[in-house]
Design a binder for this molecule. Structure first.
Ligand code: HEM
Length: 561
């Protein structure tokens, strides 16, 4: 053994040295993070600059011209400022007559939204019919529904017809579309007679002077829309009106057909209110969430699940002859035949109920709100309906798609209402590639405009429908006569347009026409309840009369009391 080896004491790292090493590690880690972040951001900036360059080349090559840019009062990243602006205006009830209107008045019919830092195009707002046609129809393949829309609607709506694109959307559309036939519309009108009578019962007996008490029509219209749409789609009405009448003691409990969807509307509105707020927050939809929202969505699904099981049970019990006549087939059978699971059927049913119930009830609500405020128009409507259909007790023509469609003034009333109050006041699509809108660019706004891949085109349906240069100085007024000799074009898109046009359009127009006609035969006068405000706009998922539709009606002398 080498005696020269000195036994050195083992090194002891004293606490101060340990802390120095730790500090060193933190410092290095911090430096690496900084380098990584710088690289990430440099890469992003480089990519953004390159994309700006390729987009500007695309824009030039397509002959596009500059478009006005809306100023951003809160230039914060991720469009937080803009989202806050929309949200604030929405809560204050200033979205339609204030916020959006100011933008169109100040920046013109087509204007761009750009990011505050890099000036990248984020979106285009437009109220030009030519652009609407391009987005929804002629350049349909250049757009999709923005992802935030379907995410904001979850879990009230899981992916389905109303929220998807591409092959999944086409699959559901092909399944649903065949149900919407003229023959089935007519059958549903016949089936709706019972539901209309229930609504009249719900209004209560008129007093001696022939006037009813004050009634909020909107509640009844929601139930009617629900009962008639479920009757149409599933061959089994939800019976929500019967349930409400039994609860109110207006019909005996023995006549109660148990409603599996009783209370659906209340839960529906609670969930829809969340979705409405979430959609307005765009891709920051997740900020507005909560256990209560999740709970009510679960409850809605549980109800629809029980309802679908019942529809399937009824379908299975149908005779061969009933199956063959094609009239009594229903959506559930159609879905089952194509291999849909119970879960799929429940999801798609939610889509149809959401798409069909709220929209139809709102359209009817606005119609009666307008007619109550315009007695002369109501008189003309009643006159037109009586000329065509007679009276409640002496019918000249049956109610069906053809007869209702040919009652011109009735159709004008509906169109005029949908013009002023489209259920979807704003429709958004996202560009899936760089593309072009036909107008809006250049000093006169007549040149084409380039749309960047990923930018959102926001179609201002509400404002297009009210443009004074398209509809006249009285564009904000309810005047059904304006439709005399006027053809419907891309300046009127209450049901959207192109391949994703509302699948329920024909059904709902027939059903709405029937409801209004029946109402006009029964009541010869209609007036707003004292102190009511039937024109307040509320926009959750659909534009609805925010304070209900409070009216009273006078029973026509020839109607059955
Ligand atoms: C007055 C009543 C109605 C109005 C104003 C209306 C309006 C609309 C609008 C604007 C869209 C397009 C949404 C978008 O572009 O993303 C739409 C789509 C749709 N509507 Fe309606 N709707 C009404 C009634 C109904 C009814 C009664 C049903 C079903 C029974 C229905 C089922 C649908 C469905 C399934 C879609 C999605 C179609 C697709 O993407 O292929 N709608 N509706």
């Amino acid at each position: 053994m080498n005696s020269s080896v000195v036994n050195l004491p083992s090194p002891v790292i004293t606490p101060p040295i340990l802390s120095q090493v730790k500090d060193e590690i933190w410092l290095r880690a911090g430096q690496w993070c900084l380098v990584a972040l710088t690289l990430i951001y440099a890469n992003r900036i480089a990519r953004t600059i390159f994309r700006k360059y390729t987009f500007s080349r695309f824009s030039k090559a397509s002959g596009c011209l500059p478009v006005p840019i809306a100023a951003n009062p809160f230039p914060l990243p991720w469009s937080v400022g803009r989202k806050y602006e929309v949200y604030k205006a929405s809560v204050a009830g200033d979205l339609f007559e204030g916020h959006f209107l100011r933008k169109y008045t100040k920046y013109g019919n087509t204007h761009a939204i750009v990011s505050p830092i890099m000036g990248t195009q984020k979106g285009i707002n437009t109220v030009e019919p030519e652009n609407i046609k391009a987005v929804l129809a002629t350049r349909f393949d250049d757009y999709k529904r923005p992802a935030f829309r379907s995410l904001a609607a979850e879990p009230m709506l899981l992916p389905g017809l109303f929220t998807t694109d591409g092959p999944l959307w086409a699959h559901w559309r092909a399944m649903v579309k065949p149900q919407f036939t003229r023959r089935r519309f007519d059958q549903n009108i016949a089936d709706s007679e019972r539901h209309m009578q229930l609504v009249f019962t719900a209004f209560g007996q008129p007093k001696e002077n022939g006037w009813t008490d004050d009634v909020d029509l909107l509640d009844h219209l929601y139930r009617l829309a629900m009962d008639t749409a479920t009757q149409f789609l599933f061959g089994a009405a939800a019976e929500t009106q019967t349930a409400a009448l039994v609860r109110a003691g207006k019909i005996p409990a023995e006549s109660y057909v148990k409603s599996l969807l009783d209370g659906f509307d209340d839960k529906f509105f609670e969930a829809a209110s969340y979705v409405g707020h979430r959609i307005k927050l765009s891709n920051m939809y997740w900020v507005y969430d909560g256990l209560a929202y999740r709970r009510v969505c679960r409850e809605l699904y549980a109800m629809v699940d029980v309802y679908i099981t019942d529809v399937r049970r009824r379908s299975a019990a149908r005779t061969e002859a009933e199956k063959e006549d094609g009239m009594h087939s229903n959506m559930v059978e159609e879905m089952e035949a194509q291999g849909a699971s119970q879960r799929d059927m429940v999801n798609q049913t939610m889509h149809l109920l959401v798409a069909g119930m709220d929209t139809s009830a709102a359209a009817l609500g606005w119609t009666f709100s307008m007619l109550a405020a315009h007695p002369e128009e109501y008189r003309k409507l009643r006159q037109a309906v009586m000329e065509k259909f007679g009276t409640e007790t002496n019918r000249l023509e049956p109610f069906n798609l053809e007869t209702l469609k040919s009652c011109e003034y009735l159709q004008w009333v509906i169109q005029e209402t949908l013009r002023l109050f489209p259920a979807g006041p704003i429709n958004v699509r996202e560009a899936v590639r760089d593309t072009v809108l036909p107008v809006g660019g250049g000093p006169d706004g007549k040149g084409p405009v380039a749309v960047r891949k990923g930018a959102r085109v926001q179609i201002g349906t509400y404002y297009t429908h009210r443009r004074k240069d398209l509809w006249g100085e009285d564009a904000d007024e309810f005047r059904p006569d304006r439709w005399r000799g006027r053809r419907k074009g891309w300046d009127f898109t209450p049901f959207s347009g192109g391949p994703q046009v509302c699948v329920g359009q024909g059904y709902s127009i027939t059903q709405i026409s029937y409801t209004i006609a029946k109402f006009a035969l029964r009541f010869d006068e209609l007036e707003p309840s004292p102190g009511s405000n039937n024109a307040r706009r509320k926009w959750m998922t659909v534009l609805t009369p925010g304070d209900g539709v409070k009216v009273r009606m006078h029973l026509a002398p020839e109607a059955t009391p």
